[in-house]
Design a protein around this ligand. Structure first.
Ligand code: ATP
Length: 278
């Protein structure tokens, strides 16, 4: 029902491929390797969650894969076409044509109506605005009666549904959702997750969800784990319990590493760390 005539349907069976993607923040002693040679392949029409301890590189992965930030090294291929390499204008066009976003804080424009927020990506891309189609999508996400409302007249869950409609309107190859349920109550969160699943199951989109919540991750077809900027395994057909258990182990490993580093630091500074004194 979301199909558009203007663009051909997906051309590639692989919606997203990352090849040895690395990203380092800062330089010298302060350099942090946020992504370390990450390779990943996601089939079209799948729902994948990305999880990992705090600081493991989830947001950086999403930002780079979605073309919002540039990796230092490596290749990102969306729907069979390489995203990395072009100039800023080319990257923006690529993003507008092929990527959809759903953020934790909705990122709706307060002065625009629900319908205008939804069609904004089409206007930004200079594409024709099909109001009827926008209305159809908004009806599908349960907002058919709210077309002329402004975001501050909506609940958090409703705002996030507008954001999902906005992500769908351009028929992107991949939709990236960064903690989309982080600001929602349990019921609204469940509705938003169901909607994301429907975009995959009923409409063939590819969704990548970054989350801290094992229950949210369990809605995906598979969970990709990150630790220290590197892939740390995958769980197919996940349950919330299995995800939580895997996360506990990753957390244990991270804690062990911190302890180990602490021991090494203590060995280097027998009187304690010169900065912190501990
Ligand atoms: N702009 C930046 N400048 C410097 N370091 C950064 C920057 N952004 C992220 N980092 C560092 O890169 C690493 C990965 O960060 P990232 O935000 O991708 O992790 P995350 O898994 O999303 O964390 P969280 O779950 O806490 O949101 C962290 O060590 C972080 O401190």
């Amino acid at each position: 029902m979301f199909a558009r005539k203007r663009r051909p349907p997906r051309r590639s069976a692989e919606a997203l491929r990352l090849v040895s993607v690395s990203k380092v923040y800062g330089t010298g002693d302060g350099a942090v390797t946020a992504l370390d040679e990450v390779s990943l392949s996601l089939r079209a029409g799948t729902f994948t969650a990305v999880m990992g301890p705090s600081g493991s590189g989830k947001s950086t992965l999403l930002q780079c894969a979605a073309g919002l930030d540039r990796p230092d090294r490596g290749q990102i291929v969306v729907d069979g076409e390489e995203m990395t390499g072009g100039g800023e204008a080319a990257l923006t066009k690529f993003r507008r044509d092929r990527i959809g976003f759903v953020f934790q804080q909705y990122n709706l424009l307060p002065t625009l109506t629900v319908a205008e927020n939804t069609t904004l990506p089409l206007r930004l891309a200079g594409r024709p605005v099909d109001q009827e189609r926008a209305r159809t999508i908004l009806t599908q996400v349960g907002l058919g009666e709210r077309l002329t409302h402004r975001p501050d007249e909506l609940s958090g869950g409703q705002r996030q549904r507008v954001a999902i409609a906005r992500a769908l309107v351009t028929e992107p190859s991949v939709i990236f959702a960064d903690e989309p349920t982080g600001a929602l109550d349990t019921r609204s969160a469940r509705e938003v997750l169901t909607l994301l699943r429907e975009t995959v199951r009923l409409h063939g989109r590819t969704v990548v969800l970054v989350t801290h919540d094992p229950v949210a991750a369990a809605c995906a077809d598979s969970v990709v784990f990150l630790a220290d900027g590197r892939p740390a395994g995958e769980l197919r057909a996940p349950t919330a319990e299995a995800v939580a258990e895997r996360m506990t182990h990753l957390g244990d490993r991270a804690a062990e590493r911190v302890n180990h580093l602490g021991v090494r630091a203590a060995a280097r500074h027998p009187q304690g760390d010169p900065l912190t004194g501990v």
